[in-house]
Ligand binder design. Sequence first.
Ligand code: NAP
Length: 201
Amino acid sequence: MGGTFDPVHYGHLVTAEVARAKFLLDLVVFVPAGIPPHKKGIKISQGTDRYMMTVLATVSNPFFKVSRAELDRPGPSYAIDTVEYFCTTFDKGTEIFFITGADAAVEILTWKDAKDLLKKCGFIVATRPGYSTGELKGHLKEAKLYSTHCIYTVEVPALAISSTDIRRRVKQGEPIRYLLPRNVENYIYKTGLYCPNKITE
Ligand code: NAP
C-alpha cells in the first residue's frame, strides 16, 4: 500500500481493509513514500512524522504492517524498486498487489520502468466517490496490455476524506476528529504538524 500518508487517515485504513477482505490478502504493508518522484519541489512532512503516524494508525490491526523501505532508501521512491525489494523479502511465489489511489495510478504508464513493474505485481486502485473513472479506465486498459497480473479498481466511500483537506483543516483551526485515528490526531497536535506558527514543547 503505497502513499505519501501526510497524514494517514480513515480513507487509507478502510481502503486497506476493503482490499484485504475482498482479495483475501494475508497482509497489507503500508509503505510511506520517501521522496515521491512526482512531488519534487512540493513540501511534504518529514518521513519520520509520516512513518510514526502510519504506525500509530495501524498498530491495532494484526494484518497491517508498516515498512521503512522507501524512507530508508536514498533517492526518489520508485515503485519498481519497492516491489522488487518485496519480491526478494517475501517467500518465493508470493503474489504481490500494489494498492494505491486513482490519481496516482492514472499516471502509472509514466512511472519508472512501468512495463517491468506491471509484470511484477497486480494493482488495486482505490477511487473516491464521485471520481470520474473514464480517464482512469483508459489508462488502466492500456496498462493491462503490459500486465501479467490483475488490475482492479475499488470504490471506497471513506476516501471522501483526504490528506489535503486534513492539512488545511489543521492550519485553519477546524476539527479533524473522526477523520483519522485519535492517536494520529494527538500526534499532529503534539508535534504542531501542519500548523507552522504553533509552538511545540
Ligand atoms: P498522491 O499524489 O499524494 O495521491 C494521489 C491521490 O491518491 C490522492 O487523492 C491521495 O489521497 C490518493 N492516495 C494516495 N495513496 C493512497 C492509498 N494508498 N490509498 C488510497 N488513496 C490514496 O500520490 P502519492 O501518495 O504520492 O503516491 C501514491 C503511490 O504511488 C506512492 O507509493 C508513490 O510512490 C507511487 N508512485 C510511484 C511513482 C513511480 O514509481 N515513478 C510515481 C508516482 C507515484 P490522499 O492525499 O488523501 O492520500
